[in-house]
Design a protein around this ligand. Structure first.
Ligand code: FAD
Ligand code: UDP
Length: 374
């Protein structure tokens, strides 16, 4: 019995390890030169700084099982994501908190006063917000929306926030105190040796054969079961059409010392073409002072072409319908399980990705025969 796992990101690595621990032989494929998928980190050859190749990744979760799981495979250092945002040439902190509000409106509100003020500014006529814009206007009002969200969101998604679902904004907290932690989750951190080292450790198991720079499409072997974490539409040779993604272009900035003084600065104005700048040595503050030079990346978002790396699933009405049709096809395909952010065409944070992969492992354990796998 031999299994095939397509994709060596968190999803694929967790499944491969589980099967291997059960004594099964596994072939793990990835078309990239490296493991770890989009979480891949590596030491930059010119500066020595640990760089997050596919954009900044901060680990955060409320799920104790996930937190305990990742820590078996490497040490996580405490790391809190504190994002700065530039709007009309002024620097603020995000997510919107009491400092953002007081700086933006030039006030000295207490938490209670700020809450009352924002409630008065928010659009109370919007009872059940459906779109990104409605969600923002009903939550924080027009001034903060225009300053921090309208332009950034247009750049990030390439469409008017009137046409985006409210769920995208619901990811972000709104606070009436000075807490500028970007996430609400109790467990947050950064792997001391990067994410690739964590995944390398997950994959240290004798029954796993890893083939990099290998496309699933080029494999002819028959397997007992396939766990596919690549794009679901690609598995079906795009027979129903292409699911839309946003992709990112990174423009490198080399500098001496400290370029921007923090890890991430968002640029919220529409007339600045990039969305944010990430300076990677600040993702590892415990070693940041060791480096004389620094490297940062300007991030530009655009619609993914057929050859581009898929980053953010767009998931508008058209895509959702297409996805449903692919899911129907997937249900009728025996011997293959689809998982992960590309296999299910969803924006998944690492913790959700890991939790879902662990659930698939539970199902593997419960299933009596391969035909019952998800
Ligand atoms: P992936 O990591 O994408 O792995 C899939 C792998 O499959 C890829 O390596 C690909 O090469 C391979 N593959 C696909 N098709 C084939 C094929 N046909 N043949 C061979 N190989 C194939 N999450 C957080 O929790 N915190 C963050 O701060 C965060 N920041 C992010 C920032 C950006 C810019 C993006 C895009 C995502 C971010 N995420 C973050 C989400 C995180 O990247 C995902 O949760 C995670 O990568 C999902 O893992 P995965 O294994 O499902 O997919
Ligand atoms: N967003 C924004 N301005 C910001 C940060 C975020 O308008 O400075 C919007 C944007 O549409 C983004 C969404 O809020 O997609 C969710 O933010 P998050 O930081 O979770 O973005 P992601 O991790 O998806 O890049």
């Amino acid at each position: 019995m031999r299994f095939c796992v397509v994709g060596a990101g968190f999803s694929g690595a967790i499944i491969a390890r589980h099967l291997s621990d059960k004594g099964y032989k596994v072939l793990l494929l990835d078309e990239r030169k490296h493991i770890a998928g989009n979480c891949h980190t590596e030491r930059d050859t010119s500066t020595g700084i640990m760089v997050h190749r596919y954009g900044p990744h901060i680990f955060h979760t409320a799920d104790k099982r996930v937190w305990d799981y990742v820590q078996q495979f490497g040490k996580f250092r405490p790391y809190i994501n504190r994002v700065k945002a530039v709007s009309k040439n002024c620097v603020y902190t995000l997510p919107v908190n009491l400092l953002t509000i007081n700086q933006f409106f030039k006030t000295t509100f207490s938490p209670k006063e700020a809450r009352l003020f924002i409630e008065q500014n928010a659009n109370k006529l919007i009872i059940d917000p459906q779109t990104f814009e409605e969600q923002a206007l009903s939550m924080i009002g027009s001034d903060l929306y225009k300053a921090f969200f309208e332009g950034y969101t247009k750049k990030q998604w390439g469409i008017d926030p009137k046409n985006l679902p409210s769920s995208i904004l619901k990811r972000l907290p709104l606070r009436f105190n000075y807490d500028d932690n970007y996430f609400n989750h109790p467990y947050q951190g950064m792997p001391e040796n990067g994410y690739t080292a964590i995944i390398e450790n997950i994959l240290k198991s004798k029954n796993i054969e890893i083939c990099l720079q290998t496309k699933f499409e080029d494999i002819e072997e028959n397997f007992s079961h396939i766990f596919y974490t690549g794009p679901i539409d690609r598995y079906f040779k795009f027979s129903l059409g292409h699911l839309g993604y946003r992709t990112l272009d990174f423009i490198r900035i080399d500098a001496e010392g400290d370029y921007q003084g923090t890890a991430v600065i968002n640029y919220c104005d529409y007339d600045i073409p990039f969305t944010r700048i990430s300076e990677h040595k600040h993702f590892a503050p415990w070693e940041a002072d060791n480096f004389k030079n620094t490297v940062a990346f300007k991030e530009y978002s655009r619609l993914a072409g057929k050859e581009d790396t898929p980053y953010y699933p767009i998931r508008l009405v058209g895509e959702k319908k297409l996805l449903e049709n692919y899911v129907e096809l997937a249900k009728n395909t025996s011997n293959v399980s689809f998982l992960g952010r590309l296999g299910t065409y969803r924006y998944l944070d690492m913790d959700v990705t890991i939790s879902e992969a662990l659930n698939v492992c539970d199902q593997i354990d419960k299933s009596l025969g391969i035909s019952e796998l998800p």
